[in-house]
Design a protein. Structure first.
Length: 54
């Protein structure tokens, strides 16, 4: 969720929490900042699998 929140083109993200604890965790993701290193690792995976749900 932190990754989705960090994308400038995303105006909202959809969550599917089924329990209150999960909802709280999802909401708190707004406070997570991903490092440049982590974002770089995500980009590496994305370059290998650009469309994970064909």
């Amino acid at each position: 969720m932190a990754f989705v929140n960090s994308r400038s083109f995303v105006t909202s993200n959809i969550i599917g929490a089924s329990k209150l604890e999960q909802l709280k965790e999802n909401i708190s993701s707004i406070n997570v900042n991903l490092s440049k290193e982590i974002l770089g690792e995500i980009e590496k995976i994305h370059s290998l699998i650009p469309n994970p749900a064909p």
